[in-house]
Design a protein around this ligand. Structure first.
Ligand code: GFB
Length: 312
């Protein structure tokens, strides 16, 4: 099975986000028409607006990258936003996609869908085999519902729709707000500001021992286009880099990229979250996709973008 994107109208839902922006950049190299709509045009939480917009624009395919996202603190602080907004966005888009006979949908989830203590590396079939990590269970429940809704349309109506689960992401267009960001952009900013201010220490949340796997958003976008063309299965598919580091090692790599050494101070009042979440991306690798840059070169790219676009 191969789905051709040639001549297709493809809606990238969430194009102003880091992942959606990367998908738009990647799709620009394909012979297709890219459709986007900002919140001013269509509020994705509003069912009537989504139905009207989709009936008007009639996409052939959708990359569903729109979501309320954030790091460990935002997830913990805003349970309603993460659960309600994500449920509404995915339900509205999939419902309208069905009403308008959209041929292909790729729904994007997250590695936090898996049980807190899942076997490592985490295979796709460990979904719903144990309790979730409490710091992000609201987001995880919404994303699990999105996977199941995608599967339900496939099962009940024969829709050729799929889901992909990316690992922790970073790259151009990331959120650098220290309260709501993920760890990688937070530490890039903290080391950059320490360098500017000649600070002697940088504060790292938690113990520094949790392990995380990181993937550059442009590498994810490449995998998404590969899967849009090649993948058709009921089960969701993992997209990881296969490389995991401790948060302490991440801080050391970021210090090297920024070019500033500082003492690492660990703030034990902040949560560690899940101890480890390395995904098993064997199914994707077996299909023939393997286009992952090294963590250091990816962070170098992210820092270049930060210096160009993100400073006040
Ligand atoms: O990236 P992060 O916020 O989210 O945190 P998760 C990863 C680890 O980095 C945690 C530590 O152990 C944090 O305590 N950390 C150290 C920091 N310093 C910092 C800092 O300055 N800022 C932040 N944010 N973390 C998210 C989920 O979990 O993963 C989302 O909350 C999503 O739902 C995402 O699934 C992929 O990796 O713990």
């Amino acid at each position: 099975m191969a789905y051709s994107l040639t001549g297709k109208r493809i809606w990238v839902a969430g194009h102003r986000g880091m992942v959606g922006g990367a998908v738009v950049r990647r799709l620009a190299t394909e012979d297709c028409e890219i459709i986007t709509a900002g919140r001013d045009t269509v509020d994705l939480v509003d069912q009537a607006q989504v139905r009207a917009w989709m009936a008007r624009t009639k996409p052939d395919a959708i990359v569903l990258a729109a979501a309320k996202v954030g790091g460990i603190k935002a997830n913990n602080d805003l349970p309603v936003d993460f659960l309600y907004q994500n449920l509404m966005i995915e339900a509205n888009i999939l419902d309208a996609a069905h009403q308008n006979d959209v041929e292909r949908v790729l729904f994007l989830g997250s590695s936090c869908i898996y049980p807190r203590l899942a076997p490592q590396p985490i295979p796709e079939d460990s979904l719903l085999t144990g309790p979730l990590e409490p710091t992000n269970e609201w987001y995880a429940i919404a994303k699990i519902a999105g996977i199941k809704l995608t599967q339900a349309y496939r099962q009940q109506y024969g829709r050729d729709w799929i889901s992909a689960m990316p690992t922790n992401l970073y790259g151009p267009g990331d959120n650098y707000d220290l309260n709501s960001s993920h760890v990688l952009p937070a530490l890039l900013r903290k080391f950059h500001e320490a360098k500017i201010n000649r600070a002697s220490a940088v504060t790292i949340w938690g113990s520094g021992t949790p392990l995380r796997e990181f993937l550059h958003c442009d590498d994810l976008a490449d995998a998404i286009i590969f899967l849009m063309k090649q993948y058709s299965d009921h089960e969701h598919i993992n997209v990881g880099s296969g490389v995991e580091v401790t948060i302490r090692e991440l801080a050391e790599t970021i210090a090297k990229v920024v070019g500033y050494e500082a003492e690492l101070v660990f703030d034990a009042t902040k949560p560690d979250g899940t101890p480890r979440k390395l995904m098993d991306s064997g199914r994707l690798l077996t299909m023939g996709w393997n286009n992952v840059r090294s963590l250091e070169s990816g962070i170098t790219d992210a820092y270049d973008q930060f210096l160009t676009h993100c400073q006040d």
